[in-house]
Design a protein. Structure first.
Length: 394
């Protein structure tokens, strides 16, 4: 059994015991064996190990957990982005453009895009990335999207209910039946989660409930795109179905916030349903940002994710999302870093990632900076010096 000691860490974010909400330890070391953290403590008292990685006094934090990304697609929508920046609104209507391109692509083309974006994210410190389908919208195209997604992640999500495809436009009930029946059956072997875009112009609350319940009955966990473009019933549906996460949360009523707060664990460890905020989408659609403070002040557990997709948020960068959350959503740097690591893990109902405590997976990032604060303080700067996943440098 070979061991690795990461030592001389100036500032270690553990998200466990330590100083402040990030469980910070100074002048620390982390011992890794078999891909797991087995010891965390002062560098001066670190046990001997077979190999050593000298962090040189830099900050080390858990790898980012990006719990919301749409990586299986073909083509891009740069022209749609340019039109938006010239004043056009975002409606989600462009999803169908990407569906056309995705259906026309070969498996290898889709695979190459997933790998390229997964690699891009990894270089920016993302050690876990959820990947959704949702640009195939036929039984065969959703199944192959998930098969390809599963080559790059265990956190895969069936989003056959992204929009109603053009060929079903006049008979959405028939499309919902297809999603709940043959499409779910073909997708489920490759999926861990089921998701629905519950929004005006996509799926209404009854359709969303039927699809999520069918997914749940097939053994999948629930997550939902909710309240992105306007107020609606999505967040409360997510709470009703014990969703791991309700994502976007841009337009919330007091009742939505109360419903999320009502899922609080009795031990004070946050809420069972997480609110995942996706500031890259508001940035790229020039929309008002969600009110993170209102959620945090109500005790709701908040995660940050990229929403990486060719339409509303074509970024794979968690550091960028952290910087946006701090500057535009008034999260403190500590809240934003927690949300991008431990928060993402909660949104995936995982306790083995997003933390650097004994027993956790050795997924970590060494920054080119003395403190996690620099992730927001130095926006747009490549601060990820080294990434380790499962105890190895990929
Ligand atoms: O999460 N809101 C729905 N789905 C994506 C956007 C997809 C697209 O525009 O292609 C989102 O923002
Ligand atoms: Fe999304």
């Amino acid at each position: 059994m070979s061991s690795l000691l990461v030592d001389n860490i100036g500032e270690l974010v553990t998200n466990g015991t330590g100083e402040g909400p990030l469980g910070i330890r100074r002048d620390a070391a982390v011992l890794v064996e078999e891909g797991r953290v087995v010891w965390v403590g002062p560098s001066a008292y670190a046990p001997a190990a077979d190999r050593r990685l000298d962090a040189g006094g830099a900050a080390v934090l858990p790898g980012f957990v990006d719990s919301h990304a749409h990586l299986v697609f073909a083509g891009d929508r740069a022209a749609e982005f340019a039109a938006r920046m010239a004043g056009e609104p975002y409606t989600g209507g462009g999803i169908r453009t990407t569906v056309g391109a995705t259906r026309a692509a070969t498996d290898d083309e889709l695979r190459a895009t997933v790998r390229r974006l997964r690699g891009e994210a990894l270089r920016q410190g993302t050690t876990t990335m959820e990947i959704k389908s949702g640009y195939g919208l036929t039984v065969a195209d959703e199944a192959r999207s998930l098969r390809i997604a599963a080559e790059s992640s265990t956190e895969t999500t069936f989003l056959g209910a992204h929009v109603v495809p053009a060929e079903y436009a006049v008979r959405p009930d028939d499309y919902v039946e297809l999603v709940c029946g043959p499409m779910l059956a073909a997708a489920a072997p490759y999926a861990k989660w089921v998701d629905v875009f519950c929004e005006q112009g996509a799926f209404d609350v009854d359709h969303a409930r039927a699809i999520l319940a069918a997914g749940q009955a097939a053994g999948l966990g629930v997550r939902i795109h909710a309240n992105q473009l306007g107020p609606g019933p999505g967040v409360q549906l997510g709470v009703e179905l014990d969703a791991a996460s309700v994502d976007h949360c841009t337009h919330l009523s007091d009742a939505d916030v109360d419903a999320l707060a009502g899922t609080a664990h009795s031990d004070g460890s946050g809420t069972r349903t997480v609110a995942t905020l996706l500031p890259g989408a508001e940035f790229s659609t020039r929309s008002p940002y969600p009110n993170a403070r209102r959620l945090l002040d109500a005790g709701v557990t908040v995660a940050l994710a990229t929403d990486c997709n060719p339409g509303s948020s074509y970024t794979s960068s968690m550091p960028f999302c952290v910087a946006l959350a701090v500057r535009e959503m008034r999260m403190t740097p500590a809240e934003a870093v927690w949300a991008a690591t431990a928060g993402g893990a909660r949104a995936l109902r995982r306790d083995d990632i997003g933390v650097l405590t004994p027993g956790a997976r050795a997924d970590l990032v060494v920054l080119d900076a003395p403190s996690y604060l620099h992730l927001a303080y130095r926006p747009g700067v490549p601060l990820i010096r080294q990434v380790m996943r499962n105890g190895v440098t990929p």
